[in-house]
Design a protein around this ligand. Structure first.
Ligand code: NAD
Length: 296
């Protein structure tokens, strides 16, 4: 049994926290939203009134927060986790944040005598609830080994990607590819349909040919071929346009800093940014199909 502090009980964190509490770990949970803390108590965690209260006596601090500024302030701000944790405590941040901020957090943690890993996830709220997330972990081997048993409760795939920040690198590079491949898949289905080839027949051919990709076979943006895909429920998310846009912005910021060429990544960012500006932030990211068809 491990004493865990869990900070950030939103769409993702609530299910992850519940899974840790369910497996017998002593979890103390905090969120700025009191209602989220009350729900965490219902799922077996103890509620906390502040970050300081949550981390008191904890061996591991898990966080699932919106962005880098929240992560830096929860860990290293006045009255943050670092000020109230014993040396050697493991800081396990699962949020998606910039590579730069993630490396900055790891350096601050190391300097203050803490272990830290970045462990962003692939998989949405359903995977968070079911404990089937994929974790991409960056940080020292010792910290990774300590984090692994908890990550294996919250997820089904756990990868050590290398040093601090490399979890974020894996996440943003993967999601940039996903954004690009989704747009390409939409274009191909739209072209086939315009030329008289129905979606199911094109799917049957292309999913076993060289155009095959996850955006097609697991998440087909044309309604019909993949019944579980958001395209069959008018593109209700799933993984929203706003989330894809966030990850593309992080990818392009990191690409600029590393002087890496990302022409299609930029184009994908622009397409999702336009959808967002036009009021479609809450549409599933495969809803780019509607734009390509000229429906929105
Ligand atoms: P969310 O906005 O639903 O939850 C974030 C929670 O953090 C909120 O409940 C908020 O009150 C809390 N919070 C913010 N500042 C805080 C502070 N200082 N102290 C305590 N609590 C604080 O977001 P989410 O959808 O759960 O996403 C969390 C992270 O996971 C993000 O980085 C996101 O990019 C990433 N992610 C989300 C998904 C998804 O499908 N939602 C998928 C993969 C990764």
């Amino acid at each position: 049994m491990t004493k865990v502090a869990f900070i950030g009980l939103g769409n993702m964190g609530s299910g992850m926290c519940a899974n840790l509490a369910r497996t017998g770990h002593e979890v103390k949970a905090f969120d700025l939203n009191a209602e989220a803390v009350r729900k965490a108590e219902e799922s077996g965690a103890n509620g906390a009134g502040s970050v300081a209260d949550a981390v008191e006596g904890a061996e591991v601090v898990v966080s699932m927060l919106p962005a880098g500024k929240h992560v830096l302030s929860v860990y290293f701000g006045d009255d943050g986790a670092a000020a109230h944790s014993a040396p050697g405590t493991l800081f396990l941040d699962c949020s998606t944040i910039s590579v730069e901020e993630s490396r900055e957090a790891a350096a601050q943690a190391k300097a203050a005598g803490f272990l830290m890993v970045d462990a962003p996830v692939s998989g949405g709220t359903a995977a968070a609830d079911a404990g089937t997330l994929t974790f991409m972990v960056g940080g020292p081997k010792e910290a990774f080994e300590k984090a692994k048993p908890l990550l294996e409760i919250m997820g089904k795939n756990v990868f050590h990607a290398g040093d601090a920040g490399n979890g974020q690198v894996a996440k943003i590079a993967n999601n940039m590819l996903l954004g690009i491949s989704m747009i390409g898949t939409c274009e191909a289905f739209n072209l086939a349909e315009k030329l008289g080839l129905d979606a199911q027949t094109f799917f049957d051919i292309s999913s076993t040919a060289s155009g095959q990709c996850w955006s097609m076979t697991s998440y087909c943006p044309a309604p019909g071929p993949v019944p579980t895909a958001p395209s069959n429920r008018d593109y209700k998310p799933g993984f929203a346009v706003a989330m894809m846009l966030k990850d593309l912005k992080l990818a392009l910021g990191a690409a600029e800093a590393a002087d890496a060429e990302t022409p299609l990544g930029k184009h994908a960012r622009d397409i999702y940014a336009r959808l967002d500006e036009d009021g479609h932030a809450g549409l599933d990211f495969s809803g780019v199909m509607k734009r390509i068809r000229g429906d929105i």
